[in-house]
Design a protein around this ligand. Structure first.
Ligand SMILES: Nc1ncnc2c1ncn2[C@@H]1O[C@H](COP(=O)(O)OP(=O)(O)OP(=O)(O)O)[C@@H](O)[C@H]1O
Ligand SMILES: [Mg+2]
Length: 380
């Protein structure tokens, strides 16, 4: 059992992660783009790609790959989706993506990773409990860190499940966002490093008592956003896991966030709660005069269950464009990853869980840019 920071991939596993062939792994190694180590697995001495090599590979790829649509576009459209902006350079980007060329540099593979994340501050949210918020937050931020982005996770739930999912076992001894928002601890002093490229503001049970003191603070809903802004420039992506309630802490995160990812389990009760969730988000947008990007992520989908299919259909017909393209299937690997407190890629790189998380991360990182990127796959 390897925690995220100790992950290492065999050539075959890394090829699946990077969406390349096994031969390309060897080629990249020869070219010095990818470094490997020898590691004993059981009795066998194997060539492995450790986490930091994978991160550095994907970082290089980002530097060499096509410019992001966001970067190429000056004026986002009203919906905030730059890929749809009138007069955007998307045709040029698409051409670059299909040739894999940026200026005189040839991208080593067609995989598309934008240099910057379109919506940098994100949160996973649902007032209903047990829909998979902490699981998807943890898997998403581990995946983003794996791809070489500098990531900060913020655990806003006193249950501390994001912290636990990231293998932080001493959260009860550590400062939390309570100390930042109530006791004026600088945000930077509440952050711990979990793995290369992945930091965390942990949570513990003490956070459950934050609502009353936070309610009494001036500008209470703005305090979290101000704290996040103090560390904003140090990260490519900042993602919060929230508590299952309509709490002031969650409202503060809605004020601070650019994007809210609503995790909806594909069961009738979770679907029933969606109207309340969407109403809460809309009310907050009106009150604070802001517009959030919204993604509804169907989770625990089982295509053998009629009820799962029905709920997915209802979600799509009722919430249309807000629905993520990625649907997360119910998978033993995701459950196992929770148990082992590691990335699903460390549990089973062949499984549907790893595939789903990879697709979700691409969608949440690249947004409208993802389609262009996937068009370039295999064209290197
Ligand atoms: N797609 C999935 N397949 C299988 N198990 C899953 C999946 N998503 C989540 N789970 C499991 O469901 C359980 C609840 O998930 P999780 O703790 O992430 O929910 P939550 O919404 O954060 O709950 P809470 O509202 O209490 O914070 C966990 O044991 C997790 O491993
Ligand atoms: Mg949770």
């Amino acid at each position: 059992m390897a925690s995220f920071k100790d992950l290492a991939f065999t050539s075959a596993e890394f090829a699946r992660l990077a969406q390349i062939s096994k031969n390309q792994v060897d080629e990249f190694e020869k070219e010095g783009v990818l470094t490997t180590i020898r590691k004993k697995v059981g009795n066998v001495d194997r060539k492995m790609v450790p986490l930091e090599s994978a991160q550095s590979f994907f970082s290089k790829l980002r530097e060499m790959n096509v410019p992001s649509v966001a970067a190429a576009t000056e004026t986002p459209n009203e919906a905030g989706d730059p890929s749809l902006a009138a007069g955007s350079d998307s045709s040029e980007v698409a051409m670059n993506a299909s040739t894999g060329r940026h200026g005189d540099q040839k991208a080593p593979i067609g995989m598309f990773l934008p240099k910057s994340v379109q919506h940098k501050v994100q949160m996973f949210y649902n007032v209903k409990g047990g829909t998979g918020k902490s699981t998807l937050t943890a898997q998403f931020i581990m995946q983003a860190a794996l791809m070489g982005y500098r990531v900060l996770g913020i655990d806003l739930d006193g249950q501390g499940h994001l912290s636990l999912n990231l293998d932080v076992l001493n959260a009860h001894e550590l400062p939390t966002i309570y100390d930042v928002l109530i006791n004026d601890l600088p945000m930077k002093d509440s952050i711990i490093n979990v793995a290369p490229g992945l930091d965390l503001v942990p949570a513990n049970l003490g956070l459950c008592t934050i609502e009353i003191p936070l309610n009494q603070k001036p500008r209470r809903e703005y305090r979290l956003g101000e704290a996040i802004r103090s560390v904003y420039d140090q990260y490519d992506l900042i993602v919060a896991d929230t508590n299952p309630a309509a709490s002031i802490l969650n409202s503060s995160m809605l004020v601070a966030a650019d994007q809210v990812n609503v995790v909806c389990a594909t069961n009738p009760l979770s679907f029933h709660g969606m109207s309340l969730v969407m109403a809460t988000i809309e009310e907050m947008e009106r009150e604070f005069r802001k517009e959030l990007a919204i993604k509804i992520i169907p989770n625990m989908y089982d295509n053998r269950e009629v009820i799962s299919q029905e709920v997915l259909g209802e979600l799509k017909s009722q919430f249309g464009d807000y629905c993520a393209r990625s649907v997360i299937s119910r998978s033993v690997d995701l459950n196992e990853a929770t148990k082992q407190r590691t990335s699903v890629w460390g549990v089973n790189s062949r499984g549907i869980g790893a595939q789903d998380i990879g697709a979700l991360a691409n969608e949440l990182i690249a947004q409208g840019q993802a389609e262009l990127g996937s068009a370039s796959l295999g064209n290197a």
